[in-house]
Structure formats: structure tokens, C-alpha cells
Design a protein around this ligand. Structure first.
Ligand code: DHB
Length: 335
């Protein structure tokens, strides 16, 4: 029980805080207390994050995303060696999203660590490095190199739908997934996030496997395996033939995955898949996500989509009388 005097002091502090915030950014300000969260030890000012894969590797691009309001950023996936990726076309527009098969192009971890170190000096939000490998040992080495360079956490890409011997070929097997997560965990003392594939029989089973192996958080979901065919040439459009579908088309699949995973694990879930506005974000939070990643929507709306979504979530919380974003996580399970 708080003493009356203390309650009055707290109320005074809140008023002071609000008038300060209003003077800084007007009536529409984001109250940092309502939106801030601790995600597996990472401190986020708001629950929006840049999804891996959508943007390049430069710290300038990551900076523009932070200026757009993101609470954390995840880099493109990086492997041990440089990789060219697939030939064009690597991306095709579908009715309600994009199908891409870039082929994990990246400069290799040793080149990338320079960019991580620089990014760390200019970003004021958690920097999460996404890594992909071909064995548990490789994931472990990559995680260590990323953290040594300054990453605040690593996200294991065990869910790319179309590159052979990595990605979902790892994340679909309980045995290999366990090995990969364990290796990463022994190599780093920062949070290890596992990005799950929807292209499996039971995403909740694999979520549980990742949790048991030591994962600190899960991202659900990566892209859905898909393809498009050119009716004139009669041929698949992507050079790789199949790719990963992202954007609004996958949102209901992703919400279902988050909902199912929430029933099975205790570690936080980061929702990902088709989030373009505050309403989408709230849907994911209610399903059980503690934060959300945004990717494809940046192509249409630009980096400011993060601030717009965060402000919308904040207004939703205020309208419904919640003091913190954590209060609505998983609410759909209680009704
Ligand atoms: C690629 C990687 C992914 O993890 C994904 O979901 C889609 C595409 C790629 O680099 O090809």
C-alpha cells in the first residue's frame, strides 16, 4: 500500500512527465512508460522492431529505421562466408504481398563485424544480428563473432524457406534445431532469439523444442514458401522458382502461429508477418506477442511506419485504460 503522500507525489510526477512530454512532442506524444518493455533482457522504448532481411547491411539504413521510430533493429542474415545470392529476378509482387528469393546474399561475418561495431556507436536501440549457418557449430561461431563485435542479441535464421542445407532445413528438425540453439547459447552471454518457420506441421512443437534448448525468445514467423508463374512465358518468375511470401497475405497465418506458440511456451514471442498499422500490431499482441517486427510495410510506407504503428498502439492502450503494453499480451487467450 502506498502512503497518501507518496501517491500524491507519484501523481505529481506523472503530471510533470506528461506536461514535459506534451511540450516536447505535442498531445500525440508516446508515453515512454506505457510503450516501453523488457524483451528477454533487451530494453525497448516501444514494441516495434525492424524485421530481418528487408534492408541492407549499412548502419546508415539502420539509423534511418531508428529515426523512423523503431524500438530495436534486426540486420539481414549473415553467414560465415560471403555469398552472392541468386540471379535476378529475386522478387515478385503477389496480390497481397511480396515473394522473394534473394538467396541470402551477404558479405560474410568478418566483413560485417566492422559494420556492427560502427552501428553500435550510432544506434540508441538494441541491435540484433541475424545469422544463418549450416551446422550447430557454425551458428555458434557466428553468434560469438556478432556479439564480440557489439550485437546486443542474435536472431537465428532457422527458417529461410529456400536455401539448401540451412534455414528451414534446420528449423524443421527437432534434433538439429536443438543442436543449433544449444551451440549458440554456449557461445554467447546475450539473448538468443530463434526465428521460426511457418512451413512445418506444428510450429508450436518446434517453439517448445527451441525453448527447451535454451532460446531466450522466439520470432514468429519467417516467410511462407510460395511461387508465381508468368502466364506468357509459362515459366516460374523467380530465378530460384520458389521464394518466401511476406506482407498482408501472411498476417492471419502469423497471428495463428503466435496464438498457438503462446499456449506452449513461457519465453517472449516477437510477432512478424504482414504488420502495416497499429491494428495489426495490437492483433499480434493480443495473440501473445510481446513485440512486433515490421518488414514488407516499409517498402510502401517508409521508415516512419514504426512511429505511426507505435503511436497507434499507445492510443489504443490509453483508450482502453491500460498502463503498459505488457498488459495486453496474450489477452485473446483469456476471453
Ligand atoms: C531469404 C531469406 C529469408 O529468411 C526469407 O524469409 C526469404 C528470403 C533470402 O535471402 O532469399
Amino acid at each position: 500500500m502506498l502512503h497518501e503522500q507518496e501517491k500524491r507525489r507519484n501523481a505529481g510526477e506523472v503530471d510533470l512527465c506528461l506536461s514535459f512530454m506534451k511540450s516536447v512532442c505535442g498531445e500525440q506524444c508516446l508515453c515512454p512508460n506505457r510503450l516501453s518493455l523488457n524483451l528477454a533482457g533487451l530494453k525497448l522504448g516501444n514494441p516495434t522492431m525492424l524485421a530481418s532481411g528487408i534492408l541492407g547491411y549499412s548502419s546508415e539504413t539502420l539509423e534511418s529505421i531508428v529515426q523512423g521510430g523503431a524500438g530495436a533493429v534486426v540486420t539481414k542474415s549473415v553467414g560465415l562466408k560471403p555469398r552472392e545470392g541468386f540471379a535476378n529476378p529475386t522478387i515478385v509482387q503477389a496480390s497481397c504481398g511480396l515473394i522473394n528469393a534473394m538467396g541470402l546474399p551477404n558479405p560474410g561475418i568478418d566483413e560485417f563485424t566492422k559494420e556492427i561495431s560502427h552501428a553500435k556507436t550510432v544506434l540508441n536501440v538494441p541491435l540484433i544480428v541475424s545469422v544463418y549457418g549450416y551446422s550447430g557449430e557454425e551458428y555458434g561461431i557466428l553468434a560469438r563473432k556478432a556479439v564480440d563485435a557489439g550485437a546486443d542479441a542474435v536472431e537465428l535464421n532457422v527458417s529461410c524457406p529456400h536455401v539448401k542445407e540451412t534455414g528451414s532445413e534446420i528449423g524443421q528438425s527437432s534434433r538439429i534445431l536443438t543442436e543449433v540453439v544449444r551451440e549458440a547459447k554456449v557461445m554467447v552471454n546475450k539473448p538468443v532469439i530463434v526465428k521460426l518457420s511457418p512451413n512445418v506441421t506444428s510450429v508450436a512443437d518446434l517453439a517448445e523444442v527451441a525453448e527447451k534448448a535454451g532460446a531466450d525468445a522466439l520470432t514468429a514467423i519467417n516467410t511462407v514458401k510460395a511461387m508465381a508463374i508468368d502466364t506468357e512465358t509459362t515459366m516460374p518468375i523467380l530465378s530460384n522458382r520458389v521464394g518466401g511470401l511476406s506482407g498482408p497475405a501472411v498476417k492471419p497465418i502469423a497471428v495463428r502461429c503466435v496464438y498457438e506458440i503462446f499456449e506452449r511456451v513461457k519465453i517472449p514471442i516477437i510477432g512478424c508477418g504482414g504488420i502495416a498499422n497499429w491494428h495489426d500490431a495490437v492483433e499480434f499482441l493480443l495473440a501473445g506477442a510481446s513485440a512486433v517486427q515490421i518488414g514488407t510495410a516499409i517498402a510502401l510506407k517508409g521508415p516512419s511506419v514504426f512511429r505511426t504503428v507505435a503511436r497507434g498502439v499507445d492510443a489504443y492502450l490509453r483508450r482502453h485504460g491500460f498502463d503498459s503494453v505488457g498488459q495486453i499480451v496474450g489477452l485473446a487467450h483469456k476471453s
